[in-house]
Design a protein around this ligand. Structure first.
Ligand code: BYC
Length: 472
């Protein structure tokens, strides 16, 4: 369905037919814009940015490029097309028609999941608010802004659901989305990773590689939901999410490329003396962002997850392609957990292991990009391998929280951990070094900061010296 851009809130949900809902959202809109002004990318209101804007949800329409001032970006409500025959694919309600409204008994569960999902979107914009000041190129600056406006749109997607289906509670939750803030000691964001700082571009690329990828897996599970409006919202969000992970993978890849070039050119490992980011520091940042993102999947054995599945509100990754009964009542799944201070494998009811199963899908996906990075390092003739740390390394949530574990999965004493942790996680000194490289934004078209290689190709096939952002 095409999106009507003549309306104040572009949408493909026939918003004008429901005046109450339309008015409620039109009330929320200025508050969103105030939040964007206060907490969104700092000092950027006048910039013309070469952005992709969705004008319809089909394959031709969702990637329209042109210059836009970000506060004028057409944030709107776009759901993937409805399949009138869609059935719930799993759990106790398997085979029943997908719900077009919220079943009363699932109201609080669904609201909670939608709020948790929605909360991450503005959180990431807040985390990235100052990065524009130190962008390594116009190309990167534009990608940052693209991600920021789309996270804003993803907030709109969840706020629409809250307003349309959850009455007064939903409206209150929509307000609260703009009141919690990343890292705020009194009103923090809900999930841990979204209260961490993203102070530099290495962190940003690691975040978009690892944490946005959690977004992919959580959205994919919610896209299986029996609550059809949620499923359709998430399905369309996933099309936008792919670019965010692309920015992460290629961003890390371009830093690695530059580092390898410096190492080869100067025949040294001492990349810092040459103004680059050394490979061990890259590995430490990877360790940090991977483990923080693993926490986002929740407990290894979770009755919440079992209930979500049985009730039909949150499925598995690509649920309909899994070849089993989609009930999982008698099935077991092997997880790693902790017993008597040791990491052990244990079979648990598959229903309780759904967070862990999703985490496993995620880890395998993360590993594919690491493999591509390593191929590039190898092609450059450098003998170094980036690795994903063990899933128990430095965890704060779940069975491994509090356990000291090395990146290769050995349980350590507190003393062993303290003696080694600076080799595995970024130290204050590492962070200070990376921050020191983040000079004033590089704003000349076609130029790049010294520590990162140019991309292989431009956005929408634009040439290397394209003016992605015009400062007015
Ligand atoms: N931090 O039974 P458990 C994205 C809580 S990212 C703090 O395992 P459950 C994006 C948990 O709430 C995707 N608390 O929980 C990326 C529970 O609390 P209660 C975001 C945590 O519900 C980049 C308790 O611990 N979407 O889109 O099975 C940029 C017991 O845990 C954390 C979603 O997350 C944590 N990390 O699993 C922009 C999808 N983990 O009940 C955007 C919606 C757990 O004891 N959320 N807890 O009070 C969910 O599906 C689930 O809430 C979770 C947790 C998977 C997060």
């Amino acid at each position: 369905m095409a999106i009507d851009y003549s309306q104040l809130i572009p949408n493909n949900v026939d918003l004008s037919s429901d005046r109450r809902l339309q008015r409620a959202l039109e009330n929320w809109q200025p508050r969103f814009l105030d939040w964007w002004k206060d907490m969104g990318p700092d000092g950027t209101s006048a910039f013309d940015v070469y952005l992709r804007t969705a004008i319809s949800t089909d394959s031709n329409g969702w990637a329209n490029f042109g210059y836009v001032k970000m506060p004028e970006y057409r944030w709107g409500i776009f759901l993937a097309d409805r399949d009138p025959n869609r059935e719930i694919a799993f759990g106790d309600n398997k085979g029943k028609p997908a719900w077009q409204d919220v079943p009363g008994e699932l109201r609080s569960t669904l609201r909670r999941l939608i709020v948790t999902q929605g909360d991450t979107e503005p959180a990431s914009v807040e985390q990235q608010r100052l990065l524009g000041k130190t962008a390594p190129s116009l190309y990167d600056l534009r990608n940052l802004f693209q991600i920021n406006v789309e996270e804003g749109r993803h907030l709109w997607a969840m706020v629409y659901l809250l307003h349309a289906y959850f009455g007064r509670d939903g409206r209150e939750e929509a307000e609260a989305m703009l009141e919690r803030h990343s890292g705020d000691p009194d009103k923090p964001r809900i999930l841990g990773a979204f209260n961490e700082a993203t102070p530099d571009w290495l962190s940003f690329f690691m975040f978009t590689y690892f944490t946005d990828r959690d977004g992919k897996y959580q959205l994919a599970s919610l896209a299986e939901s029996g609550f059809d409006p949620l499923a359709r919202s998430c399905r369309f969000m996933l099309t936008e999410e792919a670019h965010h992970m692309f920015v992460g993978e290629t961003g890390v890849g371009r830093i690695l490329q530059r580092t390898c070039e410096l190492m080869k050119e100067h025949k040294t490992d001492d990349v810092r003396s040459l103004g680059g980011i050394d490979l061990p520091t890259m590995q430490k940042y990877l360790n940090f962002h991977f483990s923080v993102s693993l926490d986002l999947f929740g407990q290894e054995a979770s009755t919440n997850a079992a209930n979500y599945y049985t009730q039909g509100v949150k499925g598995r990754y690509l649920e309909t392609r899994v070849d089993d009964d989609h009930l999982l009542t008698g099935a077991t799944y092997e997880i790693e957990t902790v017993e008597d201070g040791r990491i052990v494998k244990k079979a648990v009811p598959a229903l309780q292991a759904l967070n862990e199963r999703l985490r496993q899908d995620y880890i395998e996906d993360c590993a594919r990009g690491v493999l591509r990075w390593n191929k590039a390092i190898e092609r450059a003739g450098i003998n170094f391998e980036m690795t994903l740390p063990h899933r128990a390394f430095d965890r704060q949530i779940g069975a491994f929280a509090g356990l000291r574990v090395s990146p290769d999965g050995k349980v350590l004493s507190e003393a062993e951990w303290n003696a080694n942790k600076d080799k595995w996680l970024p130290t204050d000194e590492d962070r200070a070094y990376v921050t020191s490289l983040m000079g004033a934004a590089v704003t000349q078209p076609g130029r790049f900061a010294h520590w990162i290689a140019p991309p292989a190709r431009g956005i929408n096939n634009q040439p290397g010296d394209f003016e992605y952002v015009r400062f007015n």
